[in-house]
Write a protein that binds this ligand. Structure first.
Ligand code: ATP
Length: 278
């Protein structure tokens, strides 16, 4: 059974003439980490919004097709409650800051407060996440006074603290420096070990390839290809659709252009080149 499934989704934003999403079907299995790539404007964020229920609950427009979550049509009647099941870190962390809390600590705890989690339990969870994301230094700061990167980390913390079944991260490292970017990817690796189902939209394919079981490529609102990471990055449709492939995969494909499976890490490349020569 899939955790979430999109079935033949068509979607048009209000006041637009063309479909943004076109007959898109996609399944995500429990415990899977799915990377979503594609050029700017291809529809990645829109797909995330449909999975999180913001479309049609918040953005109107015309939506056709079905979203099945945990074997039932996605219930978008209470988006606050749905946050407990589906966590979503927005591409723009400014959107995520609630504006009603004056410290990072309270901001992270806001979702738990809304769900009436007992205070002691909530405090414990917030402390754990602050430690995990290394936010001790900014815990008493006003969320609005933070840098873009710090806001992004707080937004991520606000999602993780709710411990949702499905975590959707829309370009979670777009504002982060290289070391914070790596820290976020390490956190994703840990969440994966805990069995979480995660969808990550990112242009940083080298990092994405290291954590994702599968990659989906979207072009012009359509799903071009979805499959196991090492296979997808050997598929010429990815580059033709405006998607990038990891540097190490590109290097291997230059040497072995007909490969149906490519390495996505330097270690894998080393092993595969060794085998190819043997
Ligand atoms: N609220 C909206 N109303 C009308 N059109 C929209 C709206 N939001 C997005 N679009 C359009 O839908 C298309 C897909 O946008 P979307 O943000 O989903 O793409 P994306 O792949 O996430 O892009 P990026 O990589 O730049 O974040 C774009 O053409 C965009 O202009």
């Amino acid at each position: 059974m899939s955790l979430i499934e999109l079935q033949h989704i068509n979607y048009r934003y209000p006041l637009t003439s063309d479909l943004t999403i076109k007959d898109l079907s996609l399944k995500v299995e429990p415990g899977e980490v799915l990377g979503v790539i594609g050029s700017n404007g291809s529809g990645k964020t829109t797909v995330c919004n449909i999975m999180r229920g913001f479309i049609p609950a918040f953005y109107k427009g015309e939506l056709e097709g079905k979203v099945i979550f945990e074997d039932k049509p996605l219930d978008t009647s209470n988006l606050g409650r749905l946050a407990q099941k589906i966590g979503y870190a927005f591409q723009n962390p400014f959107t995520q800051i609630t504006g009603v809390k004056y410290t990072v600590y309270d901001e992270i705890g806001y979702g738990l407060e809304n769900l009436s989690v007992p205070r002691e339990e909530a405090n414990e969870k917030v402390e754990q996440v602050i430690k995990l994301l290394n936010l001790e230094k900014i815990r008493n700061q006003n969320p609005y006074d933070l840098s873009g990167g710090q806001k992004q980390m707080v937004a991520l913390a606000s999602v993780i603290v709710l411990d949702p079944e499905l975590i959707i991260l829309d370009e979670p490292t777009s504002q982060l420096d290289p070391s914070s970017t790596l820290a976020v990817y390490n956190i994703v690796k840990n969440l994966k070990k805990q069995g979480k189902t995660i969808i990550i939209v990112d242009h940083k394919v080298d990092l994405l390839a290291q954590v994702c079981d599968e990659i989906a490529v979207i072009q012009d609102g359509q799903l071009v290809v979805k499959g196991e990471t090492h296979h997808v990055f050997s598929d010429e449709k990815v580059v033709a659709a405006g998607g990038q492939i990891p540097e190490v995969s590109a290097f291997y494909l230059k040497k072995y252009p007909k490969s149906k499976q490519v390495p996505v890490t330097v270690d894998e490349a080393y092993e595969m080149l060794k085998e190819a020569k043997a």
